[in-house]
Design a protein around this ligand. Structure first.
Ligand SMILES: [Zn+2]
Length: 248
């Protein structure tokens, strides 16, 4: 998996530089920000407790994951897409749940699979939709970082808990750029409805957040602390969102 991750990372660097030279600086910046936020999240996971034990930051990360899914990821799939977006969210949830079931107790495998599919489906539409995007605004940047950072953290934690290297975080981190940039360079149309793909990405992301949430320490003694920390994480995202809305 590490060799694959290094290979994907190298191809990603090449594709990103090519897209930049091609005049797609904005989309390249956006996909680089996504990858950077995931990598930063994975890096933060090193400061958390030792593998195999859930630390206090895990519950906070779960709160951030679920709140940013509710405030940013799912709305972006539904607004402006009507039925296809809603159908996509449902399908994404089912696929996420199936991945979780088939992976048994291997949270790292189901999260890696779901996050890769999330990134690929979102990247497919981004390549088409964001070609003519005016600017990478503050609110879009916050929306990206708020969901990629906790996702990178949660995935890295799950990988470490199973004694694996955190290198595979590079796979979903690079997947957005590796799908969207070639599509934007080819400037071809997408035959699949955009809403369906965005919805799929949203539903899968909710499933990832839910799986991580379920694996938190919920034993009687830890329950109150876990709930409180999830609440802190959710409030961080909500507060940030409110501050942005009041500002702009
Ligand atoms: Zn995403």
């Amino acid at each position: 998996m590490t060799a694959l991750s290094v290979a994907v990372l190298s191809v990603w660097v090449g594709v990103t530089l090519l897209a930049w030279a091609y005049g797609l600086g904005l989309l390249a910046a956006l996909t680089t920000l996504q990858a950077g936020a995931m990598a930063a999240g994975a890096w933060l996971a090193f400061g958390a407790r030792r593998p195999g034990r859930t630390g206090p930051y895990d519950a906070i990360a779960a709160g951030i994951l679920l709140a940013s899914a509710a405030l940013y990821v799912v709305p972006s799939a539904i607004v402006g897409h009507n039925a296809s977006g809603s159908v996509g969210v449902g399908v994404g949830l089912v696929i996420g749940a199936l991945l979780h079931r088939s992976a048994g107790r291997r949270l790292d495998q189901s999260m890696l699979g779901a996050l890769c599919l999330h990134a690929i489906s979102a990247g497919l539409v981004l390549g088409v939709v964001y070609t003519g995007m005016p600017s990478l605004g503050l609110s879009l940047g916050v929306a990206i970082v708020a969901h990629k950072l906790p996702a990178g953290y949660a995935l890295a934690r799950a990988l470490r808990d199973h004694g694996r290297s955190t290198m595979p975080v590079a796979l979903p981190a690079c997947a957005v750029g590796l799908t969207s940039l070639p599509i934007a360079m080819a400037a071809g149309p997408l035959l699949i409805p955009h809403g369906l793909l965005f919805g799929l990405a949203g539903g899968l992301f909710v499933a990832v957040g839910a799986a991580f949430f379920v694996h938190l320490p919920w034993q009687r003694r830890a329950r109150a602390a876990t709930l409180g920390r999830v609440g802190v994480g959710a409030l961080v995202v909500a507060g940030l969102d409110i501050a942005l809305k009041l500002h702009g």
